[in-house]
Write a new protein. Structure first.
Lengths: 241, 306
């Protein structure tokens, strides 16, 4: 039995009369790579904000990393990591300064930050870059560092927004290997993306449309169910029936 | 046949950064030509040179038979350019933006309406709405309408589908295919390999260099080895196990499978037995056709080794 780290039952979120999340139910296990898909305006961002403790549900049950999304939002924030493609590191700080800054924000002790810094630099061969500005690093390296920083405090869940958009094919693959490695350590990876070929890398995916989850399964089963060769086709069939 | 674009030996540096290095290619008239490459490959710099907005350090750029440096005034009248960032007037309405662009180019919306009607009809119900208040998909349709309103002979689209959802992306490519009938040459850039298939020909671009120019079919066919897909539930273990074997040349994650090439193409029989002996008993191995991204990877690796 896999431990559930995200538990959502009958989640409803309304803004006035507008129903952004309409009775969502799903669970995500520890160490799972879960893809959370939907067209622009489908309601993904609303759910994401609730799962990361930034917004409260209107009704329904939501538990993240063992904490309640109504009352324990601060504990939720301490147990998750977040990385998006657009912004994640401060460009005018060095590699080391970024790590120390984020460690501090996560409330880690100085000695723990030091320990992780050394580990991290060794693991991704970053020693020579320790005192370089982020703006001097090639895009691929930045991406890898951003991910390492997002899991610096060993969160239970890391949220990734279009993690490999725009990177070259080799970097992209190295990045997915890092994600696989992280998941194999038991950290749940929650991916939101517009790019359906990124969705193909996930263990399971859900597809949202008009505030509802309309499909949820492994990529392989969804392709079979919708008689499609790619997730892109599945997505288009669902969003434009 | 007259070429819509002839680029020879184009180079451009920004300080120590070589953004473009000896870029040579040509685009035929009324072709959809794609530039496929990651962020930072040089796509936008190249497009800015083609659209006369930036001067090259070296080389020769001929667009629609005119020189991009000396004939820039005449050339600009014949080019429609949709930059990567939404750059219409956010505080003008849909209709006002369109009228503005028509007027700047000395024409009217009425005169060229047939060209944009397919695209503009989607947003016409919102013609009084401010451009800044449109959804991503609608902004994109308005930007395309504005780029087309003076009936350009060459349409230049810089990453038009970045940040747009799969449905709008697919619609967008359908619109481009339809524009074909109007004899407009289209060049379009994208970081997404799967979009190559919607182009007549593509150039793969990386670190300011063109790796290959051909039809998408020929680029895929250029993959030099037999390609196998290997699947197992434990992907991370599978990759590590595959890489340990000296017979395995490359093993890369590709969606729900690992793409594998072998030192000796004919020797895949051993693979299943090897994986089972390493404790991976659910592996499924199939021969597969290489995609654009497989070929891109292969070309990148050759570049690194060379």
């Amino acid at each position: 039995m896999n431990k559930k780290v995200i538990y959502v039952k009958n989640l409803v979120k309304k803004f006035g009369s507008f129903v952004a999340n309409d009775n969502l139910s799903f669970e995500v296990s520890a160490g799972e790579i879960f893809g959370f898909l939907g067209a622009n305006g489908a309601g993904k961002t609303t759910t994401l904000r609730i799962l990361s403790g930034l917004s409260k549900p209107t009704s329904g049950e939501v538990n993240v990393a063992g904490f309640d999304a109504y009352r324990q939002t601060e504990q939720i924030k301490k147990n998750i990591g977040y990385m998006c493609q657009k912004f994640s590191l401060y460009e005018d700080l060095t590699v080391k300064e970024n790590i120390v800054l984020y460690g501090g924000i996560y409330g880690m002790s100085k000695s723990l930050i030091r320990e992780r810094l050394i580990d991290l630099l060794a693991k991704i061969h970053f020693q020579e870059y320790e005192n370089r500005m982020i703006s001097d690093l090639p895009l691929g390296l930045r991406q890898k560092l951003a991910f390492s920083v997002a899991v610096l405090h060993e969160p239970k869940i890391v949220f990734l927004d279009e993690p490999t958009g725009g990177v070259d094919p080799i970097t992209r693959r190295q990045f997915w290997e890092t994600i696989y490695e992280t998941a194999s350590r038991g950290i749940t990876v929650f991916v939101t993306t517009h790019y359906m070929d990124e969705a193909e890398y996930c263990d399971r995916i859900s597809i949202m449309n008009n505030g509802k989850i309309v499909a949820l399964d492994t990529p392989e089963k969804l392709k079979k169910q919708y008689n499609a060769t790619t997730i892109e086709e599945v997505f288009i069939k669902i969003a434009r029936p | 046949m007259i070429k819509a674009i002839e680029s020879s030996g184009i180079a451009k540096s920004f300080g120590p950064t070589k953004a473009l290095d000896d870029i040579t290619f040509s685009v035929n008239e009324s072709e959809i030509f794609g530039f496929i490459g990651p962020d930072g490959a040089g796509k936008t710099t190249l497009f800015r040179i083609i659209t006369t907005l930036l001067l090259p350090d070296k080389g020769n750029m001929k667009v629609l038979g005119m020189d991009a440096t000396s004939d820039y005034k005449e050339l600009r009248k014949n080019i429609g350019y949709m930059p990567g960032r939404f750059s219409l007037y956010q505080d003008l309405s849909v209709e006002e933006n369109l009228n503005f662009y028509a007027t700047v180019f000395g024409t009217t919306v009425k005169e060229n309406y047939d060209l944009i009607s397919d695209i503009y009809s989607h947003i016409e119900p919102f013609r009084k709405r401010l451009a800044g208040k449109l959804s991503g998909g609608m902004k994109q349709k308005l930007a395309l309408s504005c780029a087309l309103i003076h009936k350009p002979r060459l349409l230049v689209l810089d990453e038009p589908t970045t940040g747009v959802d799969a449905v709008s992306r697919s619609e967008f490519w359908d619109m481009l295919s339809k524009l074909h009938q109007h004899n407009i040459t289209i060049i379009v850039s994208t970081p997404y390999m799967d979009e190559a298939i919607r182009c007549d020909r593509v150039a793969l671009i990386q670190n300011g260099k063109i790796l290959s120019v051909d039809t998408p079919q020929n680029i895929r066919a250029g993959f030099s080895r037999k390609l196998f897909t290997v699947k197992s539930v434990e992907k991370y273990k599978l990759i590590k196990t595959l890489r340990k074997n000296p017979e395995v040349l490359t093993a890369y994650p590709f969606g729900d499978s690992i793409h594998v090439t072998l030192i000796n193409d004919a020797s895949d029989n051993f693979l299943l037995g090897y994986l089972v002996s390493e404790g991976i008993s659910d592996a499924v191995i199939q021969e597969a056709k290489a995609g654009i991204e497989d070929r891109f990877l292969e070309l990148m690796e050759k570049g690194i080794k060379a």
